[in-house]
Design a protein around this ligand. Structure first.
Ligand SMILES: *[C@@H]1O[C@H](CO)[C@@H](O)[C@H](O)[C@H]1NC(C)=O
Ligand SMILES: *[C@@H]1O[C@H](CO)[C@@H](O)[C@H](O)[C@H]1NC(C)=O
Ligand SMILES: *[C@@H]1O[C@H](CO)[C@@H](O)[C@H](O)[C@H]1NC(C)=O
Ligand SMILES: *[C@@H]1O[C@H](CO)[C@@H](O)[C@H](O)[C@H]1NC(C)=O
Ligand SMILES: *[C@@H]1O[C@H](CO)[C@@H](O)[C@H](O)[C@H]1NC(C)=O
Ligand SMILES: *[C@@H]1O[C@H](CO)[C@@H](O)[C@H](O)[C@H]1NC(C)=O
Ligand SMILES: *[C@@H]1O[C@H](CO)[C@@H](O)[C@H](O)[C@H]1NC(C)=O
Ligand SMILES: *[C@@H]1O[C@H](CO)[C@@H](O)[C@H](O)[C@H]1NC(C)=O
Ligand SMILES: *[C@@H]1O[C@H](CO)[C@@H](O)[C@H](O)[C@H]1NC(C)=O
Ligand SMILES: *[C@@H]1O[C@H](CO)[C@@H](O)[C@H](O)[C@H]1NC(C)=O
Ligand SMILES: *[C@@H]1O[C@H](CO)[C@@H](O)[C@H](O)[C@H]1NC(C)=O
Ligand SMILES: *[C@@H]1O[C@H](CO)[C@@H](O)[C@H](O)[C@H]1NC(C)=O
Length: 687
C-alpha cells in the first residue's frame, strides 16, 4: 500500500481526478496497464486515480485494489454494464457518487475494504440501493460507526455475505440488520462491540458469525439455532449461556470461545451438533465438589443489565456438574490454559466421538488411562504441563483405547505409573514423557535403573516417536528399545546420561532424529545410523566433530555450545555439501582457524542459521564476531612470507637507528656533556 493518506498529501490527490478528467477530454488515455483475461480485468497496484475507460465493455470482473481512487464518479463504471464483481479495496476511496453504480446494476460482489468511506457513507448508501443483486459486500476497515452501518445496510435484502470487520462499531441493536433476510455470513471481527441487543433476531439464515476481537462481556440467552459457526474468541466473555428453554436442535458445529474470561464451562444447547469446542485461555474449572456444601443461600442465577438499564435474570444450575448441555458430537475439545482440576464423573464419556482432547496447562492431579474414564475414540491426548503425580492403567481396560496415537504427558511430576502402561496401548505412535522423573526399565523388572518410577519401551511395535528429555536418565542399556521401531528419539537434558556405543544399536535401522543435547556426550560413533536426518548434539563440551558424522546424510545438525576450536576443512566441505540447516554458535572457535567459516558461508545448499552471530577468540583471547574478523591480524600463522617481511623491516629499522646513533656520537661527543656534570646529574635529588 502506498504510504499516502496523511492529510497533508490529500489536497494534491484531490486535484488529480480533476486533472485527469480534463486530460481525458483532450485525448484518449494511453493504454491502461491492466491485464485483461476473458472477462476479468486486473488493475491492482498501478496508482490509478480513476477507473480505466479503455477496458472491453463486456468485462464482468474488475479488480482495482491498491490504487488512488479517491472518488467513484457517476460515469466511472457506466461503461461496464455487465460487471458482476467490482473490487476497489485499499484505494483511499472517500466517496461514491449517489448514482455511482447505476450503470452497472448487475454487481453481485462489491469490495470496498480498507478505504475512508466513513466520510461519504450517505452517498454510498444511496448508490448501493440500485444493486438489487448484491450478494457479497466487504466494507471492512472503513472507520464506520453503527449508525453509518445501519444506513448503509438499509434495504440490501439480497445480501448473503457481509464483512464489517475492522470498523468502529460499539453496540448493535435490532434495527441494524433488519433487512438482511438472506444473510448467511457476517464478519464483525475487530470492532469495539460491548453490547448486542436483538441485532441477530432477523437473521434467520445466518450460518457463520464472527465476533472475535471485540469487548463483549457475555453471551446470554443464545438462541441462534440456525448458526453453524460462532467465533467469539478474544473478547472478555465471562458467561456463555444458551436459552435453556429451547429444546430444538441447534445446528452449531464450531464454537470458538478461546481467549476470554470464562469461569464456568459454557452452558451449551440441550441438543446440538457441536463438533469443535474451543475454550483455550480462559479460567474454566468445575465446581461440583463445592455443591455438597451449598446452602440455600447460594445464588443460581446470573443477572445482567443492558445499556437501557433493563435488568434480566437467567437461572442456571451453577454448582451442578451434571449439566453441560449436549456435547455428544464433540470431536475436538480444546481446554488448553484453564484451571481444570478434575472432570466430573462421566463427563468425558458424554463425548463418544471425541478424537482430540487438549489439556495443556491445567491443574489435573491424576489421570486414568482407561476405557472407563476416556472415550475409546480418543486419538490425541495432551495433558502436558499439569500437576499429574499419578497415571493409572489396567491391561483389560487400557488396551481398549485402540485409537490413542499421540500422548503427551510432559512437564508433570509423575511419580507413579504402571511400568508396562505404554505396552497396553495398541496404536500408540508418539509419547512425550519429558520432564518427569520416569526412568527406563525392562519388562518384569519393576525397579527402575535410575529413579523410582520407570517405563518399559520394549516391543512397542507402533511407537515411532519417544521424548524422554529431562527425565534424569543415567543409563541406556542396549536392549531397552528392542522391538520398538523408533524413528525419533529425544534424550536431551539428561546431563548424567551414560550412553555407550551399543545403547541405541537396535535403532540403527530406523532412527531419523536423535536429540542428545546436554547429555555429557564426548564422542560417539554415529556411523551405524544411516537413516539419521536430524541430530542435536548441542551443549556437550565436545572438543572436535566426531568423524562418523561425515558418513551421514543429515538435513539438520545442531552443534551449538560445545568446545570446538575449529572444523577440519574436509569436514567443512562435507557439511557444506550435505547438510541443509546447521547451528554452530557458542563454541570456542579460534579466529585464526576460520577457513571452515568461509567454506560454509560459500555453500549454496547449506543454511547456517546463526552464521552472523558466530564468535571466535583471537590471539589476545578477545572475543570477536567471526563475520567481521580480518584474518590479516593472524598474519604470522597465515603466511610464512609476511613473517619474513616483518623480520626484514625490523632489521632495516634497527640498522638505520644504529647508524644514526654512531653519527650522532661521533659528531657531538667531545663538547656537549663533560663527564663531571654527567656524573652529578646522575645523583638523585635529595628531596
Ligand atoms: C426500502 O424498501 C422499502 C420497501 O421496499 C421502501 O418503502 C423504502 O423506501 C426503501 N428505503 C430506502 C431508503 O430506499
Ligand atoms: C471479509 O470476510 C470475508 C469472509 O467473511 C473474507 O473472505 C474477506 O477476506 C474479508 N475481508 C477482509 C478485508 O478481511
Ligand atoms: C476465530 O477468529 C480468530 C480471529 O480471526 C481466528 O484466529 C480463529 O482461527 C477463528 N476461529 C475459528 C474456529 O475459525
Ligand atoms: C442465609 O441467609 C440468611 C439471610 O441473609 C442468613 O440469616 C443465614 O445465616 C444464611 N445461611 C447460611 C447458611 O449462610
Ligand atoms: C426495558 O424494558 C421495557 C419494558 O420491558 C421496554 O419497554 C424497554 O424498551 C426496555 N428498554 C431497553 C433499552 O431494552
Ligand atoms: C433474579 O432471580 C433472583 C433469584 O432467582 C431473584 O432474587 C431476583 O429478584 C431476580 N431479579 C429480577 C430482576 O428478576
Ligand atoms: C444435578 O442435576 C441433576 C439433573 O438435573 C440432578 O439429578 C442432580 O441431583 C443434581 N445434583 C445436585 C448436586 O444438585
Ligand atoms: C481413577 O479411577 C479410580 C478407580 O479406579 C477412581 O477412584 C479415581 O477417582 C479415578 N480418577 C480419575 C481422575 O478419574
Ligand atoms: C481415530 O482418530 C482419527 C483421527 O482423529 C479419526 O479420524 C477416526 O475416526 C478415529 N477412529 C475412531 C474409531 O474413532
Ligand atoms: C508436549 O507438550 C509440550 C508442552 O505443551 C510441548 O512443548 C511439546 O512440544 C509436546 N510434545 C509433542 C511431541 O508434541
Ligand atoms: C517381543 O515380541 C516378540 C515377538 O513378537 C516375542 O518373541 C518376545 O518375547 C517379546 N519380548 C518381550 C520382552 O515381550
Ligand atoms: C537442540 O536441543 C536443545 C535442548 O533440547 C534445544 O533447546 C534446541 O532448540 C535443539 N535444537 C534444534 C535445532 O531444535
Amino acid at each position: 500500500m502506498p504510504d499516502l493518506g496523511a492529510p497533508r498529501t490529500l489536497p494534491f490527490f484531490a486535484l488529480l481526478p480533476v486533472l485527469l478528467a480534463l486530460s481525458q477530454g483532450l485525448s484518449h488515455p494511453p493504454n491502461s496497464p491492466c491485464r485483461v483475461t476473458q472477462n476479468t480485468a486486473r488493475c491492482d497496484g498501478f496508482r490509478l486515480t480513476s477507473v480505466p475507460s479503455d477496458l472491453p465493455h463486456q468485462i464482468e470482473e474488475l479488480f482495482l485494489n491498491q490504487n488512488l481512487v479517491l472518488k467513484l464518479q457517476y460515469d466511472s463504471l457506466s461503461r461496464y454494464p455487465s460487471l458482476r464483481l467490482f473490487s476497489c479495496a485499499n484505494s483511499h476511496l472517500r466517496a461514491v457518487e449517489e448514482d455511482g453504480f447505476s450503470g452497472s446494476p448487475l454487481i453481485e460482489s462489491l469490495s470496498l475494504a480498507n478505504n475512508e468511506l466513513h466520510h461519504g457513507y450517505v452517498q454510498l448508501a444511496h448508490s448501493m440501493r440500485c444493486l438489487t443483486r448484491l450478494r457479497t459486500l466487504d466494507l471492512s476497515g472503513n472507520g464506520l460507526r453503527e449508525d453509518m452501518a445501519s444506513d448503509l445496510l438499509q434495504n440490501l435484502s439480497s445480501l448473503e455475505f457481509l464483512n464489517l470487520s475492522n470498523n468502529n462499531l460499539l453496540r448493535l441493536d435490532e434495527a441494524i440488520f433488519r433487512d438482511l433476510h438472506q444473510l448467511k455470513e457476517l464478519n464483525l471481527e475487530r470492532n469495539l462491540l460491548f453490547e448486542i441487543d436483538g441485532a441477530f433476531d432477523h437473521l434467520k439464515r445466518l450460518q457463520r458469525l464472527n465476533l472475535a476481537y471485540n469487548s463483549l462481556p457475555c453471551l446470554v440467552k443464545f438462541e441462534m439455532t440456525q448458526l453453524v459457526v460462532l467465533n467469539a474468541s478474544h473478547n472478555i466473555i465471562e458467561w456463555f449461556i444458551t436459552n435453556l428453554d429451547l429444546t430444538e436442535t441447534f445446528q452449531l458445529e464450531t464454537l470458538d470461545l478461546s481467549d476470554n474470561q470464562l469461569l464456568y464451562f459454557p452452558f451449551l444447547p440441550q441438543k446440538s451438533r457441536l463438533k469443535t469446542l474451543l475454550l483455550s485461555n480462559n479460567q474454566i474449572s468445575f465446581y461440583g465438589h463445592l455443591a455438597e456444601h451449598t446452602s440455600p443461600n447460594w445464588t443460581t442465577s446470573v443477572e445482567y443489565y443492558n445499556l437501557g438499564g433493563n435488568l434480566s435474570n437467567i437461572t442456571v444450575d451453577l454448582w451442578n456438574d451434571s449439566f453441560h448441555g449436549d456435547i455428544s458430537s464433540v470431536e475436538l475439545l480444546d481446554l488448553r490454559v484453564n484451571q481444570v482440576r478434575y472432570f466430573p464423573q462421566g463427563f468425558l464419556q458424554k463425548m463418544p466421538h471425541l478424537n482430540r482432547l487438549w489439556l495443556t496447562r491445567n491443574c489435573l492431579e491424576s489421570l486414568n488411562l482407561t476405557a472407563e474414564d476416556l472415550p475409546v475414540t480418543l486419538y490425541q491426548l495432551d495433558v502436558s504441563n499439569n500437576r499429574l503425580t499419578e497415571v493409572r492403567a489396567q491391561l483389560s481396560s487400557t488396551s481398549k483405547l485402540n485409537n490413542l496415537t499421540h500422548l503427551n504427558l510432559s512437564l508433570n511430576d509423575i511419580q507413579q505409573l504402571p511400568p508396562d502402561m505404554f505396552t497396553m496401548l495398541p496404536s500408540v505412535s508418539s509419547v512425550d514423557l519429558s520432564y518427569n522423573r520416569v526412568g527406563l526399565c525392562l519388562p518384569g523388572d519393576t525397579t527402575s535403573l535410575d529413579s523410582s518410577a520407570c517405563a518399559v519401551w520394549r516391543n512397542l511395535s507402533s511407537l515411532k516417536q519417544l521424548h524422554i528429555a529431562g527425565c534424569n536418565i543415567m543409563n541406556v542399556p542396549p536392549i531397552i528399545f528392542k522391538g520398538t521401531p523408533l524413528t525419533h528419539l529425544e534424550l536431551s537434558n539428561n546431563p548424567g546420561l551414560l550412553i555407550d556405543q551399543d545403547s541405541l544399536l537396535g535403532l540403527s535401522g530406523t532412527l531419523q532424529h536423535l536429540g542428545l543435547s546436554n547429555t555429557g556426550l564426548q564422542n560417539f560413533d554415529f556411523s551405524p545410523y544411516k537413516n539419521l536426518k536430524s541430530l542435536n548434539i548441542s551443549k556437550n563440551s565436545m572438543l572436535e566433530l566426531p568423524r562418523s558424522l561425515m558418513t551421514l546424510n543429515l538435513k539438520l545438525l545442531d552443534l551449538r555450545d560445545n568446545m570446538l576450536s575449529t572444523i577440519q576443512s574436509e569436514q567443512a566441505f562435507v557439511l557444506a555439501d550435505r547438510v541443509q540447516i546447521l547451528y554452530v554458535n557458542g563454541n570456542a572457535f579460534n579466529c585464526c582457524q576460520l577457513q571452515w567459516y568461509r567454506t560454509l558461508e560459500a555453500s549454496r545448499t547449506l543454511s547456517v542459521v546463526d552464521l552472523s552471530e558466530v564468535t571466535c577468540t583471537d590471539l589476545h583471547y578477545q572475543r570477536q564476531r567471526a563475520v567481521l574478523f580480518n584474518s590479516f591480524l593472524c598474519g604470522r600463522r597465515n603466511t610464512e612470507e609476511s613473517f619474513f617481511w616483518y623480520i626484514l623491516l625490523f632489521l632495516s629499522v634497527s640498522v638505520s637507528l644504529v647508524g644514526i646513533g654512531v653519527i650522532y656520537f661521533l659528531t657531538f661527543r667531545p663538547k656537549v656533556l663533560p663527564r663531571a656534570i654527567k656524573k652529578r646529574c646522575w645523583r638523585p635529588t635529595p628531596y
